[in-house]
Structures are given as C-alpha cells and as structure tokens.
Design a protein around this ligand. Structure first.
Ligand SMILES: *[C@@H]1O[C@H](CO)[C@@H](O)[C@H](O)[C@H]1NC(C)=O
Ligand SMILES: *[C@@H]1O[C@H](CO)[C@@H](O)[C@H](O)[C@H]1NC(C)=O
Ligand SMILES: *[C@@H]1O[C@H](CO)[C@@H](O)[C@H](O)[C@H]1NC(C)=O
Ligand SMILES: *[C@@H]1O[C@H](CO)[C@@H](O)[C@H](O)[C@H]1NC(C)=O
Ligand SMILES: *[C@@H]1O[C@H](CO)[C@@H](O)[C@H](O)[C@H]1NC(C)=O
Ligand SMILES: *[C@@H]1O[C@H](CO)[C@@H](O)[C@H](O)[C@H]1NC(C)=O
Ligand SMILES: *[C@@H]1O[C@H](CO)[C@@H](O)[C@H](O)[C@H]1NC(C)=O
Length: 482
C-alpha cells in the first residue's frame, strides 16, 4: 500500500506516543530513570480486581486482559496520583497489549508476579523441591516473554511470602535464589533489556533480615551472581491508624536497611485496623526520614474485596464507587513534594553486597547454606534456547481515552468526563499538587477528568520534540476529521 506523507507522519506520531514511559534501571539501592539520571520512587497500588477469582485463565480472565476495565481503572489511578501497579496473577497465554499500553500511556509501571495460586504455578511453600519443576519454570518464563516487551514492565517478583516462619525459613530460601537465578538467566538471554527480578517478603520481623541477607548476599567470587536478587520488597502492615515513625517501628526498618545493596520498598502497605484509613504513613514514607533508604511502596489494594482493603468498590455491571480511602489517599499524595519524589539525581550508592556467609544468618534453623539447587531436568535447555510458543506482547496505540462506565464519587455524585490523559514521552504519572482532591469536599463541582498530571522534569530537547509530535497530532486529528 502506498503511504502518503501525512499517513507516514501519523505512523511516526503513534510510534512516538507509544513510548510514554522510560524503562527504569537499578543502580545500587535506587531505581533510576536512565534518561534523566533521576531517582524514581514507587507510588503504587496493588491491582487485583476480583481478588483471586479475577485470575481465571480457563475463562480467559486475568487483571490485565480487559482493556475497558483497565481504561476505567487507569483513569482513576491517574487521578489518584500513582505511578505503579502490582499485579499478582497473570496468565501468559492471554493478551495484555491493551491494558499494558493504557498503563504505559498514563505513565504507570507494572510490577509483575510470575506465580499464581493454581497448582503447579508457584513454588509450594510446604514442598519447594517437589514444585521446582521445569514445567513450573516454563510458565514463569512464559510470563517473562509476555511482559518483556512492554517498556513499563518495571520488575518481576520471583516469589511472594514463600518464607513466612522458621519451618519455611529452613528449606525455602535456596529455592528463592534458584528461581531468581533462572529468571535472570532467562532474561539475560531472551530480553533486549535487563528487567530486574526480586522477592516480596512477609513482614515477619524475626526473619526479615535473615531473608534479606540470604537473598542479597554475593555468592560469586568473580563477577555476576545471577541468584542474587536485584531488589528486596516487604509487605508491611505495622503502621496502623494515626501512628508515628517510632510507634510503627518504621524507624527500625530504616536503620536495618540503611546499608542495603539493592532497592528496598513496600510491596504492600496500608494496615486497615482501624478503618477508614487516613494514610498518615504516606508523608513519612516519602519524607526525609524514610526516602533516603526506601524506594516508596504500593498501597494494598485498589479494589474492595472481602479482606476490606479497597480504595474503590467495583460492581458486576462495570460501575465503580469510590470509597473514602480513595479520597484520603489522594489527599495525602497531593501533599507530597514532587521534586523530592522524582526530580532529584540519584546519588551514587555504593553499598556493596555482603559476601554470603553463614555468619549473616542469625536464626538457628534458617537456611545458612548458600549452595543453590541446580535447574530441574530440561530447564537449562529452556533457558538456553527459549520456551516453545513464546507469547509476544507489544504496545498498541490507545485511541479511546474516555471512560464509558459509571463512576460514583464518595459524595454519591457521578464523576463527569472521566478519561485518561496520555502523557508525553518519558513521563511518569505523579500526584497532582494543584487540585483540591476530594469529591466529598466539593459537592457542587463533580470532579472532572484526570487533573493534568504533573510530570517529571524534561530536557528542553524533549520538550521541543514533544511539541513537534503534538503538532503532528493536530495533523492526525485533521486527517481523521477529513
Ligand atoms: C511452555 O509455555 C508455552 C507458552 O505458554 C506453552 O505453549 C508450552 O506448552 C509450555 N511447554 C511446556 C512443556 O509446558
Ligand atoms: C561479588 O563479589 C565478587 C568478588 O569480590 C565481585 O567480583 C562481584 O562484582 C560481586 N558481585 C556483586 C553483585 O556485588
Ligand atoms: C450497577 O450496579 C450497581 C450496584 O448493583 C447499581 O447501584 C447501579 O445502578 C448499576 N448501574 C447500572 C448503570 O446499571
Ligand atoms: C520541594 O523540595 C525541593 C527540594 O528539596 C525544594 O526546593 C522545594 O522548595 C520544595 N517545594 C515545596 C512546595 O515545598
Ligand atoms: C556518580 O558517578 C559517576 C561516574 O561513575 C560520576 O560521573 C557522577 O558525577 C557521580 N555523581 C555523583 C552525584 O556523585
Ligand atoms: C550493614 O550494617 C550492619 C549493621 O547495621 C553490619 O552488620 C553489616 O556488616 C553491614 N553490611 C555491609 C555490607 O556493610
Ligand atoms: C550445602 O549444601 C550442599 C548441597 O546440598 C551440600 O553439598 C553441602 O555439604 C552443604 N554445605 C554445608 C556446609 O552444609
């Protein structure tokens, strides 16, 4: 087909807008935007609409399979101010292109767990050796294949809360290193960019430092150590109600992790006793006491489920009701200083990984042997040659921005003109500091579309480029109208 110049420009425009976020890298204990050199802090929410039943690959469902639901939720998250979601259960055999592209367009990164609760799709906490099989690994590699090409895939979790007590602290840590190694080796061979792999720990304080040390330490006497985690996260619920840095024992976490060799962040937080939540931990987490050590966190969780942690309640007909926790969290986010949050150069953090040694481990009975199980039969072949029928994910153009479902604010009024606002290249979403946020405090002005998200600093070259493509975008509209 003959391509007219205007259509060519249009293609260029689409290709350009398709790359809204910059893939992040890890340097020392920080996430870093390699374009700007700025440190990136995670301002995220856990996203698992429908809870565990939201993952049903047999029926073609996982949390990132329905573009219209993702569009609705991305608009609400953009308005909330988050820059990342964590998704626990994904099927590599479903198509995630539209959801991934929508989150990409609004500057929201994805943290993907490679496991699921279905049999054979995770390391069984009570039977690690029996569940560490090549068919299990095949599935985790398929998840990598499905997500490796999205620029907003931030990282993979190789395990979640697999080490929860002393009985699991003995046998399981070597398997977490083994799965981490296999994933990192697979990514090194089959992904065009390096995507970090890490572990999400239960906040069981007695075991936390042993777990961290076991996973971050360096077994290598020369060079790379693929079984070492690239990051360490914890699911932390120790700040409840109107607590404080000391009462919540966040102070202990900061001193414990102060010399971490990898990024540390909350892969879940947000104690819900008491409810409704007021999220006073937010300014502390992103403030001067914690931000130098932690890289932010993800609030548990976006949708209301039986466990009662939701920010929004979803109805089966697709409509959504915002809950008061949504407004409270948005209000706390809007008080954050965006410059200190994302606009500062990453320092050169030079904490080297400790050498693995049984002296790092303090609990009797916790694993202190750092020899890691070899890949099960057949798995090394998958790592070397790639899996069969590897799924392919790709960014597609996002043409619909308006949310079609009904969304009701906490004041009972319908949120008008709800839509996503695609960001320019290299930008991530940020809390808006300009809006008075809560729908309940402004009953007459029903909230409109996502407030213009404030964004990370850009070079003037990038701005000029953006204006150039914006002009092409006008051309694109003209073509459509003709
Ligand atoms: C490996 O994963 C791919 C993609 O999901 C699938 O098509 C294939 O059947 C799997 N192979 C094995 C041996 O499980
Ligand atoms: C692990 O230690 C070896 C030997 O000191 C070193 O060459 C290597 O760079 C270290 N790796 C990491 C990831 O720190
Ligand atoms: C959707 O379901 C909710 C809850 O059952 C109900 O309140 C609402 O009226 C329904 N909306 C539509 C558009 O059907
Ligand atoms: C945000 O932080 C920066 C750098 O720390 C500071 O210069 C600026 O004044 C702060 N902005 C506000 C609104 O407090
Ligand atoms: C960080 O290290 C690089 C070289 O490794 C150097 O060019 C840069 O100036 C350093 N930045 C800071 C803030 O020290
Ligand atoms: C980190 O700090 C702890 C004490 O807080 C110390 O025992 C440990 O050796 C330090 N690790 C490194 C790698 O410096
Ligand atoms: C560590 O585990 C390996 C493999 O199971 C074993 O061969 C080795 O003897 C163990 N080392 C110690 C010090 O127990």
């Amino acid at each position: 087909m003959f391509i007219k110049p205007i259509q060519f420009a249009l293609l260029a425009f689409c290709a350009r807008t398709a790359l809204a976020v910059q893939s992040l890298e890890i340097k020392g204990s920080n996430f870093v935007n390699p374009n700007t050199g700025n440190r990136f802090q995670i301002v995220g929410v856990a996203y698992q609409p429908g809870g565990q039943s939201g993952y049903n690959p047999g029926s073609g469902i996982d949390p990132l399979s329905d573009g219209s639901v993702c569009l609705r939720d991305a608009a609400l998250m953009q308005r909330l101010g988050v820059n990342a979601i964590r998704v626990y259960n994904v099927s590599p055999d479903l198509n995630h292109d539209m959801c991934a592209s929508i989150f990409n367009a609004v500057g929201i990164y994805m943290l993907i767990d490679v496991n699921s609760p279905l049999a054979g799709e995770s390391i069984d906490r009570s039977n690690p050796s029996g569940s560490y099989t090549s068919s299990y690994l095949n599935r985790t590699f398929a998840v990598v294949e499905a997500f490796k090409s999205y620029p907003n895939t931030l990282l993979f979790f190789s395990g979640n809360e697999v080490i929860n007590d002393l009985p699991t602290g003995g046998p399981n840590p070597p398997y977490m290193r083994a799965v981490t190694r296999d994933l990192k080796n697979y990514i090194a061979k089959h992904s065009s960019r390096s995507i970090p792999v890490g572990y999400s720990a239960a906040d069981v304080r007695e075991l936390l430092l042993d777990t961290w040390n076991y996973l971050q330490c360096n077994t290598s006497t020369s060079g790379a150590d693929p079984s070492r985690v690239d990051l360490f996260a914890l699911n932390s619920y120790s700040w409840c109600g109107d607590s404080s840095f000391a009462t919540s024992s966040y102070n202990t976490l900061v001193s414990d992790f102060s010399n971490t060799s990898v990024p540390v962040f909350f892969s879940e937080y947000g104690c819900n006793k008491p409810t409704p939540r007021i999220f006073t931990e937010v300014p502390v987490l992103y403030g001067p006491l914690m931000a130098p050590v932690l890289s932010g966190g993800l609030v548990y969780e976006f949708s209301q489920e039986p466990s009662d942690f939701g920010l929004v309640s979803m109805n089966s007909n697709g409509s959504v009701q915002l809950l008061s926790d949504y407004d409270s969290l948005q209000k706390q986010y809007s008080g954050l200083n965006i410059t200190t949050l994302q606009g500062e150069a990453a320092q050169n953090t030079t904490s080297t990984a400790p050498a693995c040694s049984s002296s790092l481990i303090t609990n009797q009975g916790f694993a202190n042997n750092f020899s890691v199980p070899s890949p099960p039969s057949g798995a090394q072949d998958l790592i070397n040659n790639g899996i069969q029928n590897a799924p392919v994910g790709k960014i597609v153009s996002v043409t619909t921005t308006a949310v079609s479902q009904v969304v009701q604010g906490t004041n009972g009024q319908t949120v008008q003109n709800l839509a996503i606002t695609p960001l320019e290249d290299d930008e991530s979403n940020n809390p808006s500091t300009q809006t008075t946020t809560s729908t309940s405090t402004t009953p007459t002005s029903t909230t409109s579309s996502a407030p213009a998200a404030t964004t990370s600093k850009k070079s003037s070259a990038a701005t000029m480029q953006a204006s150039f493509y914006a002009l092409l975008g006008v051309g694109f509209l003209a073509v459509v109208l003709l």
